[in-house]
Design a protein around this ligand. Structure first.
Ligand SMILES: *[C@@H]1O[C@H](CO)[C@@H](O)[C@H](O)[C@H]1NC(C)=O
Ligand SMILES: *[C@@H]1O[C@H](CO)[C@@H](O)[C@H](O)[C@H]1NC(C)=O
Ligand SMILES: *[C@@H]1O[C@H](CO)[C@@H](O)[C@H](O)[C@H]1NC(C)=O
Ligand SMILES: *[C@@H]1O[C@H](CO)[C@@H](O)[C@H](O)[C@H]1NC(C)=O
Ligand SMILES: *[C@@H]1O[C@H](CO)[C@@H](O)[C@H](O)[C@H]1NC(C)=O
Ligand SMILES: *[C@@H]1O[C@H](CO)[C@@H](O)[C@H](O)[C@H]1NC(C)=O
Ligand SMILES: *[C@@H]1O[C@H](CO)[C@@H](O)[C@H](O)[C@H]1NC(C)=O
Ligand SMILES: *[C@@H]1O[C@H](CO)[C@@H](O)[C@H](O)[C@H]1NC(C)=O
Ligand SMILES: *[C@@H]1O[C@H](CO)[C@@H](O)[C@H](O)[C@H]1NC(C)=O
Length: 287
């Protein structure tokens, strides 16, 4: 590696070196094909399995999903240009009905999963935690049941978690506290309990925290005052009690702040707080 002059004569030692180079090249090609080449078949299988569990496709959203085209050209599927692996699956509002199956966790290049406004039921498969490149998980407005899987802590690049309007139960799992890139947590209109965990205050870039309409209970943690970039903080109808922490008074980017329909006590010094406030349900708070 460190010989700088070009070697032209084929001495026996350069022969060996040449063979080593060939071997190295072969090994890297094997690795590359393991990473990319075979992966496309895994993605293909995962998509076919996904389709096979769809029981209702009345709008024909998946009718292009057949072998007349490469899966990268199927409706709702986007692939990377180079590696031809699935990077986005976008099937918002397509009237799909069925179950989410564990094979989705095999789409290892996936960055965005958008299944907003369909009729998926059953649980959120914990295998989604294998999607280490996933940035947006949007399963909003479906009929999903069960817990928010603790394994989504494996989605270390996750920026937005959108699970509004399902029938999820249990708590906001402690495990997700490692997802340091999260800026949008939307879990409204479920049946979540266990309070607002203080660790969410550690997501210091948080912009949207929407948990309205869950019987969460407990009080508002002081740590939410760390959210210097927060735009929307909505926790109406969450069975919250106690007082509003003073640390929230300084959140200057807040444009929507809803805490109505809880059992909070005390009043807010409106004159000094929340300069850009627009949507405060003040009446409910002050009574
Ligand atoms: C996967 O990649 C291989 C080699 O690049 C190609 O021959 C094959 O057709 C691809 N399969 C799919 C389903 O894309
Ligand atoms: C297969 O998909 C193509 C579009 O990609 C569509 O025109 C065709 O009707 C489909 N075939 C079947 C049998 O669904
Ligand atoms: C639908 O999917 C797109 C991505 O294609 C996303 O940007 C958009 O926000 C989704 N719509 C809703 C209402 O969630
Ligand atoms: C994909 O995921 C399923 C379930 O998680 C698993 O059984 C299967 O072996 C995985 N791999 C491939 C290549 O499909
Ligand atoms: C889920 O997480 C647990 C523990 O963190 C791990 O043992 C398990 O293999 C994970 N399962 C999947 C499917 O990721
Ligand atoms: C929430 O749970 C309660 C009690 O388990 C149940 O009666 C109610 O229907 C559930 N609500 C939703 C929206 O799932
Ligand atoms: C927040 O993060 C700090 C340091 O990273 C850690 O010591 C603390 O326990 C975390 N707080 C919560 C409530 O998880
Ligand atoms: C609200 O919280 C209280 C405890 O603070 C609990 O007793 C009550 O059952 C909760 N109500 C609902 C609707 O979850
Ligand atoms: C609000 O900010 C001011 C100055 O930035 C600081 O002195 C004060 O302690 C803060 N108040 C709270 C409750 O965090």
């Amino acid at each position: 590696m460190n010989s700088k002059k070009p070697t032209i004569c084929l001495s026996s030692s350069s022969h060996i070196r040449f063979l080593l180079y060939i071997l190295l090249l072969f090994l890297s090609l094997t690795v590359i094909s393991a990473l990319y080449g075979d992966g496309n078949e895994t993605d293909h299988q995962a998509l076919l399995m996904f389709k096979s569990l769809i029981t209702q496709n009345s709008q024909g959203a998946l009718s292009s999903w057949n072998n007349s085209r490469h899966f990268c050209d199927w409706d709702g599927v986007s692939c990377g240009k180079r590696h031809r692996r699935v990077v986005k699956l976008r099937l918002n509002s397509t009237g799909l009905e069925g179950y989410l199956l564990p094979h989705l966790g095999n789409l290892s290049f996936l960055r965005g999963l958008y299944l907003w406004d369909n009729n998926f039921h059953g649980v959120i498969p914990h295998e989604l935690g294998h999607l280490s490149r996933l940035r947006v998980l949007n399963l909003e407005k479906n009929n999903l049941i069960g817990f928010i899987p603790a394994n989504i802590s494996g989605c270390s690049k996750l920026v937005a978690l959108h699970l509004n309007e399902n029938n999820l139960v249990g708590g906001i799992p402690q495990e997700i506290s490692v997802l340091s890139k999260l800026i949008d947590i939307s879990l409204g209109r479920n049946n979540l309990t266990g309070g607002i965990p203080p660790f969410v205050g550690n997501f210091t870039s948080m912009q949207v925290f929407y948990i309205t309409d869950n019987p969460l209970g407990g009080s508002i943690p002081d740590t939410l005052g760390n959210w210097k970039d927060i735009h929307i903080l909505s926790a109406s109808h969450c069975n919250l009690s106690g007082t509003i922490p003073r640390s929230l008074y300084n959140l200057s980017f807040l444009s929507e702040f809803r805490l109505g329909d809880n059992q909070l006590t005390g009043s807010l010094p409106l004159a000094i707080m929340l300069p850009q406030l627009l949507g405060l349900e003040a009446k409910k708070l002050m009574k």
